[in-house]
Design a protein around this ligand. Structure first.
Ligand code: CDP
Length: 210
């Protein structure tokens, strides 16, 4: 069983995907963390995230544990991740890792939930269930802003909104694997519902495939 959860930044897909994996005993892969980890490694090395050579080399040397670094969660790394993610060789390098995870989930789990931008369209077009999680830019920016404040970080709502719009535009307009809804995905707009309600709807949708 493969569940694909896609959508724009801070729409709530990570929370939904993680809870689905917990509920059904599936493995979970946050694919955004892969691009973020590549971006962080480049920034730490003083390299330009837009440099295709350096980015592709860094992606080839990426190991899953690199994604556990809390340093990947900053807004700067998020923006750099969307630059890195627009480089076709980076995406090609990370493709096998993601497909292998979906086809053969670790620890013999009976399924996998992957969240990202292109899971239902490119990584796993044959996924059993596809969910496109979305919300208005203002709601998403507010959530990310509160999340940053909750972590004790400095945050300004208007900057969060501007960053998010910039990232959305880059993700949706890139040539390779742009962010878009797969035609067979259920749309889950979380703008005006609680996290629990969003999870309940996602759960019912996945259950109906079992
Ligand atoms: O958590 P948030 O929604 O802010 O972003 P993320 O899922 O961690 O993804 C960070 C960036 O990685 C995105 O803005 C995309 O540019 C890129 N990404 C991608 O291109 N394809 C994916 N499957 C996942 C993320």
């Amino acid at each position: 069983m493969i569940v694909a959860v896609d959508g724009p930044a801070a729409a709530g897909k990570g929370t939904i995907a993680r809870r689905l994996a917990d509920r059904f005993g599936y493995a979970y892969l946050d694919t955004g963390a892969l691009y973020r980890a590549v971006a962080l490694s480049l920034l730490r090395a003083g390299a330009d995230p837009a440099d295709p050579e350096a980015a592709a080399r860094t992606a080839r040397n990426l190991h899953l544990p690199d994604t556990a670094d809390p340093g990947i969660r900053t807004p700067e790394v998020g923006l750099a991740a969307s630059v890195v993610a627009a480089i076709p060789r980076v995406r090609a390098t990370l493709l096998d890792l993601q497909r292998n995870f979906a086809r053969r989930p670790p620890d013999g789990r009976p399924g996998a939930v992957l969240d990202g931008r292109d899971i239902g369209t490119v990584i796993c077009p044959g996924a059993d269930r596809k969910i496109f999680v979305t919300a208005t830019p203002e709601v998403r920016a507010r959530r990310r802003h509160l999340e940053l404040l909750g972590r004790g970080e400095h945050s300004i709502y208007s900057s969060v909104l501007a960053d998010l719009r910039e990232r959305d535009a880059r993700d949706a307009n890139r040539v390779d694997a742009p962010l878009r809804r797969s035609r067979d995905a259920m749309v889950l707009d979380t703008s005006f519902i609680t996290a629990d309600e969003a999870f309940r709807r996602a759960c019912a949708f996945v259950e109906s495939a079992q």
